[in-house]
Write a protein that binds this ligand. Structure first.
Ligand code: G6P
Length: 605
């Protein structure tokens, strides 16, 4: 959620840090700051607000070739200049930026205050800073001081630290919050996200939990919290700055919605085998015998990733006839789950860094579970932790609300379901039907995107409603949930999703002319049941916007999308809901790409 950038090399750090922070702004954004070391003095600026406000606050002459920067999403203490990072010790010698949460911050603060330390801010980070400042006086090395100080800390962190007494040196550490090193020509970078690095280098190294690194212009070395050196293999990132530009669109969200014909094609590329009508998924690291051995599939993820997992569970159950279900990773990890040897676990994450999902994967691994990852960010923590998996290849997703990663995840599940199904009972003919359906998706998404004007008009009409209901049956239900999620996330219109069949068991009481319903009504075996539900809503004077494959008299408005194979239709039915939420948010004047209170990647508990 918060963003970290660090630089050491021959150039002035401040412009590099500001540029990096701008690229990270989507992760967290209530305040920003930076500190540079020049000679043996530390200069620092921080402000409540956006990176642009920080850029204005940094004077033209802000020399220093070694520095750290931060964008903050408040956890401890309100957004304010004082609570913004970096935090300094009392003498202005040590500066720290931090992502994560220090759980024993209150106890440490009391102890330090008892020893005469005065605190400036309400943050947990300042505790870290004073701890390091005390330790650095006892040892001659900053990395040793950071390592020792962290020993008394309970919680999660990604941190970057500079010491005015050691210009040209940055120490970073990771525990639960990502830190990536970027290797340049006689310069080194570090960040919480590769987005901040790709303008300067594609050679990166991910730190593991419990690992620290010292960065100098001429290189880096890494070690564990027990001071044991570790060996790291750099890898090349294939995303460049172009992937992070808004491509002339007014919002990243619209760009990412519009990219879906391409991103879905990329997820499918090289993965469909027309000879046997199977999916080629080399990254699963499982042979046919093992693939056959699973008797159950359990899918975990958070937010939209979880909803795409629900689509995935239905695909797996329908095609492979293996019992499958999805659960929020955040719930799963706290309920001491029973981990079975014949269950295949699948973790989903766009960022690959969501803390709840990562912690759930770690719990599964600890109990001997077999975990696959469906992840967008190559080399991310969840991808590294899993036994195998599929990358989405959707390119970076910048807007907070997930769109292209959602569809690519659902497509990945179709591939995984096909794979699991074709080593079981799915016939070659049905395999071929699914393969052909998958190939039609990009073109059909293109057709749905052409409905933009119609959906915009509808969104403007319905956006004025104080509250909306989203309903769908079986395959349509996760689509309804994701539709409601998109709308509430970015337009702040209250939206509830319900299985259409459950409507009469409670929420029907809410239906009135002020509570319109978005109904997901595919042409499948449940069509008649869904049309009956529309009649029930209509009878209570409820307005209806139907998303489906035909029009219906009971609906006030209909968006008709192209039909694919019944199992794959949920993927296409999602796209109009993305456009609907987008246009509703624009009509209401919302900050579409940066909705209030939310962050793109939640790397804290
Ligand atoms: C946050 C975002 C959601 C996202 C979820 C999971 O809550 O606001 O849009 O779906 O995290 O993110 P992940 O990166 O794990 O897919």
């Amino acid at each position: 959620m918060c963003g970290i950038v660090a630089y050491v090399g021959p150039k002035d750090a401040a412009p590099i840090l500001l540029e990096g922070l701008q690229r990270l702004e989507y992760r967290g954004y209530d305040s920003a700051g930076l500190a540079v070391v020049n000679g043996k003095s530390l200069k620092m600026r921080k402000v409540k607000g956006r990176v642009a406000d920080l850029a204005e606050a940094v004077p033209a002459r802000f020399k220093g070739a070694c520095g750290i920067g931060h964008t903050r999403w408040a956890t401890h203490g309100v957004p304010s200049d004082v609570n913004a990072h970096p935090h300094l010790d009392g003498e202005g010698r040590i500066a720290v930026v931090h992502n994560g949460i220090i759980e024993n911050a209150d106890a440490l603060r009391q102890r330090l205050e008892g020893e005469g330390v005065t605190f400036e801010s309400e943050t947990d980070t300042e505790v870290l800073c004073h701890l390091i400042a005390r330790t650095v006086k006892e040892t001659d090395s900053l990395d040793d001081a950071v390592r020792r100080a962290l020993k008394s800390v309970v919680g999660t962190y990604g941190i970057a630290v500079v010491d005015a007494q050691r210009p040209g040196e940055i120490v970073v550490a990771r525990n639960g919050s990502p830190i990536v090193l970027g290797i340049g020509e006689k310069e080194m970078f570090a960040a919480s996200d590769v987005a901040a690095l790709v303008r300067y280098t594609r050679q990166v190294v991910h730190l593991e939990d419990g690992e620290l690194a010292v960065l100098r212009a001429d290189g880096f070395h890494t070690f564990t919290s027990d001071a044991r050196e570790t060996a790291k293999e750099p890898f090349t990132v294939d995303w460049d700055t172009g992937h992070y530009d808004n491509g002339g669109y007014e919002h990243y969200l619209l760009k990412e919605i519009s990219e879906q014909p391409d991103t879905v094609a990329r997820t499918l590329r090289g993965r469909i085998d027309d000879r046997f009508h199977i999916a080629h998924l080399g990254g699963l690291n499982m042979d046919a015998r093992e693939t056959r051995s699973f008797r159950r599939v359990k899918i975990i993820g958070c937010g939209s990733a979880y909803y795409s997992g629900q689509i995935g569970a239905q695909l797996i159950e329908e095609l492979a006839r293996i019992p499958a279900d999805a659960e929020p990773a955040s719930e799963f990890r706290y309920r001491n789950p029973v981990v079975e040897p014949d269950t295949l676990y699948v973790a989903i994450s766009q960022s690959g860094e969501t803390y709840d999902t990562l912690a759930a994967v770690q719990e599964l691994k600890r109990k001997g579970g077999r975990v696959l990852g469906i992840v967008n960010t190559v080399g991310s923590a969840i991808a590294r932790e899993c036994d195998g998996g599929l990358y989405l290849h959707a390119g970076p997703e910048v807007s907070v609300a997930s769109t292209k990663a959602f569809t690519s995840t659902a497509v990945s599940f179709a591939l995984l379901a096909l794979h699991l199904a074709r080593v079981r009972d799915l016939s070659p003919a049905d395999g071929r039907r699914i393969c052909e359906g998958l190939r039609r998706l990009p073109e059909q998404i293109e057709q749905i995107l052409k409905l933009d004007e119609q959906i915009k008009t509808l969104a403007e009409k319905y956006a004025q409603a104080p509250s909306m209901m989203f309903v769908g049956r079986v395959r349509g239900y996760p689509v309804a949930r994701e539709g409601a999620q998109k709308l509430k996330e970015i337009s702040y219109v209250h939206a509830e999703a319900y299985p259409a069949s459950e409507l009469k068991h409670g929420p029907l009481a809410l239906i009135n002319p002020d509570m319109p319903t978005v109904a997901i009504v595919p042409d499948d075996e449940l069509l008649d049941k869904n049309l009956t539900t529309l009649g029930e809503i209509r009878a209570r004077s409820g307005r209806i916007l139907m998303i489906g494959h035909r029009t219906a008299d009971a609906a006030d408005d209909c968006v008709v999308v192209p039909k694919n194979e019944t199992e794959l239709d949920p993927i296409l039915l999602t796209i109009p809901l993305q456009l609907f939420a987008y246009h509703a948010a624009v009509a209401l004047g919302r900050d579409v790409d940066r909705p209030r209170n939310l962050a793109k990647s939640v790397t804290v508990e």
